[in-house]
Design a protein around this ligand. Structure first.
Ligand SMILES: Cc1cc2nc3c(=O)[nH]c(=O)nc-3n(C[C@H](O)[C@H](O)[C@H](O)COP(=O)(O)OP(=O)(O)OC[C@H]3O[C@@H](n4cnc5c(N)ncnc54)[C@H](O)[C@@H]3O)c2cc1C
Length: 407
């Protein structure tokens, strides 16, 4: 039986379902029984069973089979909210604290424990930091082979723990490490994965994880559920969620986990780590960011952006247009396909403010926009707007800051 079908007698050819389908899977065709009538037809190869057409139909003319629980997945066996505790050279990365802050709320709503998984070498003492940030239990896998992140052993270890302990929710940073790790894990355990979430919550009725993320180029926010699989897995971008506060003296359990030797094997070998040369502050961590866009005119003009950044101790950001033009490396790109930043002040110079750029910076505390077009969309999100030529305004602001700051 088809998982979704049109009931020919009920369909009036109103096209509401065709309009509602985000995947172009519904088309109008001639009715077989009434040559004056058009009716809807669903292309099952394109349809994702999202149910948008069923909701849109006012005539009960579309029937979709109830989604059933995947055989063999005993949902109630899965407990607790897990956070993958990302570390680099033994230092816990701040994304982990952001995930613990959000994970704590989810665990409380579910009445479950918040747990962190800490994988590395000689990292056991860091477990207490995770407890202070809200975790109830820390699963530690401490082996020399795991000193540095490598896809194969890290994913094998995490899969092993998930299969043994069965968490309900697994959260991971949408970082270079997190993206590489968690997609492998999701595939191996046959779970869904929602990447780049901007909000997470628990459905009060079903207790499913509601995972919200931008979709269709950032034009809509989609909320995604995985009702039939466990664990429910999401990645979250850095700086989207608030870090958990430190509670000194907080108590929790540290559980050292043993894993089979063969899980630690890797077909790749880490030869060296070469940090990217960065003359100014890293934008993911910066309190102030000065960003340049196509409006600065030419690559040489990034010198003026860097100068302002240097005077006020800021990081240098860029729009994708500036990055695509090779004016500045990709690591500076802010936006949907670049970094998400949340500084105290974001100064946008010659950036129009397209939705994909805003997706990466609109939660900044104060936004200053400099643009010669008074109707540029960036002014709609700006706290302070300066209408003018960046090549005149930026050097003047820099000079003023230099005087005020005595630099
Ligand atoms: C799937 C997808 C993902 C994307 N991801 C990102 C992303 O991560 N980050 C991102 O930034 N973009 C992203 N984009 C691209 C985005 O849509 C815009 O094209 C881009 O942000 C435009 O960059 P811009 O504002 O520098 O350039 P423009 O849109 O060309 O704007 C330049 C601005 O500078 C102003 N200007 C020109 N000259 C001067 C001057 N002398 N003085 C002052 N102002 C001046 C103009 O008025 C204009 O507003 C993405 C697009 C897609 C489709």
């Amino acid at each position: 039986m088809d998982p979704i079908k049109i009931i020919q007698e009920s369909c009036v050819g109103c096209t509401l379902c065709e309009t509602a389908c985000p995947f172009g899977a519904v088309v109008m065709v001639d009715s077989e029984t009434d040559d004056k009538k058009k009716i809807a037809e669903i292309d099952l190869n394109t349809c994702t069973l999202c149910g948008a057409c069923v909701e849109a139909c006012k005539f009960d003319a579309i029937e979709m089979e109830e989604k059933t629980v995947v055989p063999g997945v005993e949902l109630s066996a899965y407990k607790d909210v897990w956070v993958f505790a990302e570390q680099h050279e033994g230092e816990i990365q701040t994304i982990t604290y952001e995930l613990l802050g959000e994970g704590r709320k989810l665990a409380d709503d579910l009445g479950m424990d918040l747990c962190a998984v800490l994988i590395g070498s000689g990292i056991g003492e860091k477990a207490q930091d995770l407890i202070a940030r809200g975790a109830d239990k820390i699963y530690v896998v401490d082996k020399p082979e795991l000193a540095h992140f490598q896809d194969e052993p890290y994913s094998a270890v995490l899969v092993d723990l998930i299969n043994k302990i069965k968490p309900n929710v697994v959260l991971c940073g949408a970082t270079v490490v997190g993206r590489s790790l968690i997609s492998r894990v999701a595939i191996k355990i046959d779970a869904g994965l929602t990447a780049d979430c901007t909000a997470l919550s628990i459905d009060p009725e079903t207790k499913n994880l509601l995972q919200t993320r931008p979709a269709f180029g950032g034009n809509i926010m989609a909320t995604i559920e995985a009702p039939n699989h466990r664990p429910q897995m999401s990645t979250v971008r850095h700086k989207v969620m608030k870090e958990a506060e430190i509670v000194e003296g907080r108590q929790g359990e540290i559980l050292i986990q043993e894993v089979a030797e063969e899980l630690l094997k890797s077909r790749t070998k880490r030869l060296n780590f070469v940090p990217e040369e960065e003359s100014t502050v890293n934008i993911a961590e910066a309190d102030i960011i000065v960003s340049g866009g196509r409006g600065i005119g030419k690559p040489e003009n990034f010198a003026m952006i860097r100068e302002l950044a240097e005077v006020i101790g800021a990081g240098v950001g860029a729009s994708r247009a500036a990055v695509d033009a090779d004016w500045i490396p990709y690591s500076h790109q802010v936006g949907q396909t670049g970094k998400t930043v949340c500084p105290k002040m974001y100064i946008a110079c010659g950036i129009s403010g397209q939705i994909q750029h805003l997706a990466g910076m609109s939660s900044s505390e104060v936004i200053v926009a400099i643009n010669k077009d008074p109707d540029a969309p960036i002014f709609q999100v700006a706290t302070y707007g300066i209408v003018g030529d960046v090549n005149e305004v930026v050097p003047r602001i820099t000079e003023e800051f230099r005087n005020v700051l005595g630099k």
